[in-house]
Design a protein around this ligand. Structure first.
Ligand SMILES: [Mn+2]
Length: 315
């Protein structure tokens, strides 16, 4: 059963509006698209949000962000424990600290994450230019330490109270579609032994087919058995998906994005595949920046392809 969970929280992002993302994705027909493929789906509605608090002097809106992450972590781990596949709708990308932490609680060191995003989201407060938590999600999940400076106390609390002690292994961390990576993030990626950063340069040079094959080989060699996919709609080109607060030129085309989803599905469905899809986030959909809900519509089609929709029906 696919269990839809809305996380309408956007205060840790660059601009307001992705709190409307879960509604936009539902209106774009998410549930029907999955049911149309004879998949069992239920919608648990939206996560209740904590009361508003001050922005604070460290990570912006940290108190709210950390509470949302905690609540989502519990929902996701409950869903996985009852045998379901959580499909989490953001919200800004900070919510994934909660969703992936829930998956770590269930799978520990057997979990790998594929972060499909224009950005690495691999800053800590020590390297972040903005102190927006949505650009620090993966750095929190792998547990980078920050000794001192602005946001250091918040960071320590986040690692202590949200991210499970086991952490996500850098060698179980992959990116797809990177094209806007900060200096500090580059250093973090270089220091992350065994990680797999697939950039837009790689996609241009080798194509979607070869880069997904590389990811599949990396997954098989990693020993991971559970895969969480985190899909930030800004990985797609803004021409195709303008409805996001973090648009960067030169992203995946419609056809590349679909081929990516189809080939990931094919890898997962291959006989004897040693890993399985255990959950998915779709984040940063901002209908206030969109044209006629096109971005949410494209994201829904992408999710359907990931779950196995093909042009000629069942394989
Ligand atoms: Mn992101």
């Amino acid at each position: 059963m696919i269990r839809i969970l809305g996380a309408p929280f956007d205060k840790c992002g660059r601009m307001a509006g992705s709190r409307l993302g879960p509604g936009a994705l539902r209106i774009a027909g998410l549930e029907d698209a999955l049911r149309g493929m004879r998949l069992a789906v239920c919608d648990d509605g939206d996560l209740p949000l904590p009361p508003s608090a001050e922005a604070g002097s460290g990570i912006l809106f940290f108190r709210e962000g950390v509470e949302v992450a905690r609540r989502l972590r519990e929902k996701v781990s409950e869903a996985i424990q009852s045998g379901d596949v959580p499909l989490v709708l953001g919200g800004d990308h900070s919510i994934s600290i909660g969703s992936v932490s829930g998956a770590i609680q269930c799978f520990g060191g057997k979990l790998a994450v594929l972060w499909i995003d224009a950005h690495a989201d691999y800053n800590t407060p020590a390297t972040s230019p903005s102190l927006n938590l949505h650009g620090m999600s993966l750095a929190a999940l792998v547990g980078f330490q920050v000794q001192e400076g602005r946001g250091a106390d918040d960071w320590a609390e986040l690692l202590e109270s949200v991210v499970p002690a086991e952490r996500l292994a850098p060698s179980h961390t992959a990116w797809y579609g990177l094209r806007d990576v900060d200096m500090g993030e580059r250093a973090h990626i270089r220091a992350s032994k065994g990680c797999l950063p697939l950039t837009m340069h790689d996609v241009d040079r080798y194509g979607v087919s070869e880069t997904v094959a590389k990811f599949d080989r990396w997954m098989r060699e990693s020993g991971a058995e559970a895969l969480w996919v985190s899909f930030d709609v800004d990985v797609m080109d803004p021409v195709l998906a303008p409805g996001t607060g973090t648009a960067v030129r030169g992203g995946l085309s419609y056809r590349e994005a679909h081929l990516l989803a189809e080939l990931l599905h094919e890898s997962l469905a291959a006989p004897g595949c040693p890993y399985r899809l255990v959950g998915l986030d779709v984040v940063e959909t901002n209908p206030t920046r969109d044209r006629s809900n096109e971005t949410a519509t494209t994201a829904v089609e992408w999710v359907a392809s990931l779950f196995g929709k093909t042009i000629l029906g069942e394989r």
